[in-house]
Design a binder for this molecule. Structure first.
Ligand SMILES: *Cc1c(COP(=O)(O)O)cnc(C)c1O
Length: 462
């Protein structure tokens, strides 16, 4: 199995190389050269299996010779053992023919745990076999950083540094990063905002001396292995509602387009998905692009669903690559226009293909709050604001095909917004009820590249 870049000018890599590299050298994103198709009988045979067994059968063909069967089985087992629900991704009914896929039972209460926990195990396995150590540096506005720290804590092949904007993440989000005890993970509270964190991260990757010196690696949402891990729950959910003998649809609260792109891969593997619905908050660049064909950045307006507050949706490049018949030059040109002019126009043909694949909807802040209140009242579900955006959009697409909305975070992760909307302050699950008593550990850092590099070098060389 080979992986190729969406911009057509980087070498093809194996699964392991694509995972350890993250971003391609031509600036593109890695995608499988060919998507393996699962026979209808093989999809039917997933019925009744555990999440771990489905994960193995869905992901195995994508990994080629990079890992042995036993290594994959072990990594999957370790990745999901710490989840707080035996089903890992349970499905609950909300309305007639409308279901909620709960993806928030992992250690940091958001769906990012599904991918991050697995990638932690795969990194450790690959690096210890190679006798290498890497330094993972990430920037976070909340959910990704804690998911990465939970996934990599205590693994001896990696040192992890997470930059977050000091004073600008929620208390729960901060404590999920600062209360991790293992010495190989470091929470860095930067004097600046999230854009500053991202800019310093980019600076570090562009400084090749530094990058090679500390063996920098990235695990942000463009990493192919993260997308792959998310394909699995589309299968478990669809099969439990009767696939492959019955079609299903999905609505996905979307930001960087990683989660919904995993649904697109599931469909290309042969899972009968009728609609894939992109749900956005007021930062609606994807909804505007699919409606008008113009992908134009407008700046971010902070919302109560902050994990979807994006200006540019990085994984959308993978969908464009397919919509442009895998023409890397065409994609590279669009990305140049985006960089120089803040936007691009999608050709008529490509837009038609995107609309065949994806439907979209946008939800305002008022509608999101009202949806949280209504779901509590009429469906007995306390939704996080991101999931509420999904449920609201899904309601425009209910019909004879079962609709599955992805619940991307636990309501307790966003207690203020949920309480304001519903009057109920959601408690943390029992297994992390002591989060506010655990000791915190973090390093305050200036918004200064040289200072940051000195700090990271010092820890890595120590
Ligand atoms: C990251 C995140 C999203 C957006 O997912 P993408 O894969 O970036 O589209 C939605 N909801 C929550 C809670 C998240 O953490």
């Amino acid at each position: 199995m080979q992986y190729i870049s969406t911009r057509g000018a980087a070498p093809a890599l194996t699964f392991e190389e694509a995972m350890l590299t993250g971003l391609a050298r031509d600036g593109g994103l890695y995608v499988p050269a060919e998507v393996p198709v699962m026979a209808t009988a093989d999809i039917a045979a997933l019925a009744g299996l555990s999440y771990e067994d489905v994960a193995y059968r869905v992901m195995r063909p994508f990994m080629g010779d990079s890992f042995s069967d036993a290594e994959i089985t072990d990594c999957i087992a370790r990745a999901y053992a710490g989840f707080g629900h035996a089903a890992r991704a349970p499905l609950v009914q909300m309305q007639p023919n409308h279901f909620l896929l709960e993806l928030f039972h992992g250690p940091t209460l958001a769906f990012k745990d599904f991918a991050m926990q697995l990638i932690g195990q795969l990194f450790q396995t690959a690096l210890s076999r190679r006798g290498e150590r890497v330094t993972i540096v990430g920037a976070t506005s909340g959910d990704t950083g804690s998911a990465a720290m939970e996934a990599f804590r205590g693994l001896d092949a990696v040192e992890v540094f997470i930059l977050y904007p000091h004073g600008r993440v929620s208390d729960v989000q901060r404590r999920q990063m600062t209360t991790v005890a293992e010495a190989n993970v470091h929470a860095l509270a930067l004097a600046g905002d999230f854009d500053d964190c991202q800019a310093r991260l980019k600076d570090m990757f562009n400084d090749f001396d530094f990058r090679d010196g500390v063996k920098l690696a990235g695990v942000n949402s463009i990493n192919w292995a993260r997308v792959l891990a998310q394909v699995v729950y589309y299968f478990t959910a669809a099969v439990s509602l009767g696939a492959p003998h019955r079609k299903v649809s999905f609505t996905v609260p979307t930001g960087n387009f990683g989660d919904i792109f995993a649904g697109h891969i599931a469909r290309r593997m042969g899972l009968p998905i009728e609609k894939l619905v992109v749900a956005t908050n007021q930062n609606d660049i994807l909804h505007r692009a699919l409606s008008s064909g113009d992908y134009v950045t407008q700046g971010v307006t902070p919302s109560i669903s902050p994990s979807m507050d994006i200006q540019v949706s990085s994984n959308f490049e993978r969908a464009l690559f397919d919509a442009y018949d895998r023409d890397g030059n065409a994609v590279a040109q669009l990305m140049d226009e985006l960089k120089s002019g803040g936007g691009f126009h999608i050709s008529q043909g490509a837009l038609g293909r995107l609309r065949d694949l994806f439907t979209s909807g946008r939800v305002s802040e008022e509608e999101t709050s009202a949806m949280i209140a209504q779901a509590k009242r009429d469906m007995g579900e306390l939704l996080c604001p991101h999931s509420a955006v999904g449920v609201k959009v899904a309601q425009h697409h209910l019909g004879t095909t079962p609709m599955i909305t992805l619940a991307t975070a636990h309501p307790a992760k966003f207690p203020d917004a949920v309480e304001a909307a519903s009057g109920i302050r959601p408690p943390l699950p029992a297994r992390m009820a002591d989060l506010f008593e655990r000791p915190e550990r973090m390093t305050r850092v200036e918004n200064d590249l040289a200072d940051l590099q000195a700090l990271i070098r010092g820890e890595v060389m120590a």
